[in-house]
Design a protein. Structure first.
Length: 469
């Protein structure tokens, strides 16, 4: 008997993918796309090898080299022996098991969460998994996209299914349009600052409201990318004409009449009137400002017009202790304006903010200006295709002329797994997604900001309010 009850977007994706479900057991779900990289896959492939198994759906699996790849010139070798081994092992595994791989030299190489959307592999209504927490990025297309562990990677490789306990649902509604000067990065930092790093624990977030639907696909990917930083299992946005226009003509998207048929199907992927979420949050979008993180998790964030928090203002002893430790690590003084905080490094890149729109935004800020003599600034495109497009548009020249180091694609300084790391005590304005202790290098101090805010900070040597730029 057909169930005609109102359903949320998440339910409309979950239910058709159920392979098996039983009371008290995780549900077995079919996986439409499995993304693989060099860090979380070696043990999974070895497990297949020892069990004598093959990859169930090679055509629904793709791999790239991104986390360990140096972002220097491709003519130079990979110097770190551990990184080189992981890259070599991925190449060997993909060759043995028949998986398409974008290696360091591929014109389609890049960060896994950049290249799948730009190729049209990420599509509405699908379930997408990857051994990487920021797989939630793909939810921007109206997909259920989640990070998985290495043992789960092996399970998906062998069966094209995943075992999951059904998460709760949460709607976060951004009521009204975002103010001028507020980017997608500011929207998600503002959300995390409000609900905290565990505020969406156990939930899948559906982002709604004008401030979300006004965003480009690049902006929606930025918001969904950092859902995990609020504790969510995934984040998603209902597909709409902006989604369809982005996918039209991409290599792995449907083409011609099939694309028009797909649009009709995708258009139904939205929460029905009367559908119910387990929780709901409404945020007045006009209250949002450009944000800067000050501490050691993404929830420790203040508006650019704010000050470094004072632990004496904390509401609980736990918060007070946490703030004190964060301030000590970050070497910040309470009550100092954020605009007075000087920086040493700027990093524009990562799966959060390294798409062509992000690079255009940074170039617009710095055109005709020069990076501060006290700052080393670098820009790392998210993929070889983004790099090529930026160079065709002259974005690279604007950034280089301003004093930025223009690199090749990779995860780069988002995490300390390649040569692009902070030195102890260096302070960085970063467009990445995590500001944990040592995330960008042992002893490094990370402030998360938007590409526009990072670019402006590079010029002035400290944080500035881009609304008055």
């Amino acid at each position: 008997m057909k169930d005609n009850s109102p359903k949320t977007l998440f339910e409309k994706i979950w239910e058709p993918h159920v392979v098996k479900e039983a009371v008290g057991e995780p549900t077995i779900l079919y996986v439409d796309l499995h993304l693989v990289h060099e860090v979380t896959s070696p043990q999974a492939f070895e497990g297949l090898r020892l069990a004598g198994r093959k990859v169930r759906r090679q055509d629904l699996t793709m791999a790239t080299m991104d986390h360990n790849t140096p972002t220097w010139d491709l003519s130079l070798p990979v110097e770190d022996p551990i990184a080189k081994e992981q890259l070599d092992v991925l190449a060997q595994n993909c060759d043995e098991f028949g998986i398409e791989l974008y290696d360091r030299f591929s014109p389609l190489q890049g960060i896994v969460h950049i290249i799948a959307p730009e190729q049209g592999r990420t599509q509405p209504g699908t379930i997408i998994v990857c051994g990487d927490s920021h797989t939630s990025t793909h939810g921007a297309f109206g997909a259920f996209a989640l990070g998985i562990g290495t043992s789960e990677v092996e399970h998906v490789l062998a069966t094209q299914t995943i075992r999951q306990k059904k998460p709760l649902t949460m709607e976060i509604n951004l009521d009204g349009p975002a103010p001028s000067g507020v980017s997608a990065k500011d929207i998600i930092l503002g959300i995390i600052g409000r609900i905290g790093v565990s505020g969406a624990s156990g939930h899948v977030i559906e982002y709604t409201g004008q401030a979300i639907t006004d965003l480009s696909m690049e902006g929606r990917m930025t918001v969904c990318n950092m859902s995990i930083e609020a504790g969510a299992r995934a984040g998603m946005v209902a597909p709409d004409p902006i989604t369809f226009d982005y996918l039209r003509g991409r290599a792995y998207a449907p083409h011609d009449s099939e694309f028009e048929m797909a649009i009709k199907e995708w258009s139904g992927l939205k929460s029905d009137p009367g559908s119910e979420y387990d929780s709901r949050i409404v945020i007045d979008a006009k209250e949002l400002e450009p944000f800067v993180t000050w501490g050691t998790n993404p929830g420790m964030v203040v508006p650019i017009t704010g000050k470094v928090p004072n632990p004496n203002d904390a509401l609980t002893q736990l918060d007070k202790d946490s703030w004190q430790r964060a301030l000590q690590y970050m070497d910040l003084t309470p009550d100092v304006p954020i605009t007075a905080v000087k920086i040493d490094r700027v990093f524009i890149g990562s799966c959060t903010n390294s798409r062509i729109e992000d690079l255009r935004a940074a170039a617009h800020i710095v055109e005709g200006k020069k990076v501060s003599n006290e700052v080393y600034a670098m820009v790392v495109p998210g993929s070889a295709a983004v790099k090529k497009q930026a160079e065709e548009e002259g974005i690279d020249k604007i950034l280089i002329d301003a004093g930025f180091d223009w690199r090749i694609a990779g995860c780069s300084m988002c995490l300390g797994m390649n040569p692009d790391i902070l030195q102890p005590n260096e302070r960085c304005a970063s467009t990445s997604n995590r500001n944990f202790e040592g995330r960008q290098g042992k002893g490094g101090r990370t402030h998360l900001v938007s590409p526009q805010m990072a670019a402006a900070a590079a010029i002035d040597g400290h944080f500035v309010d881009i609304r008055t730029w």
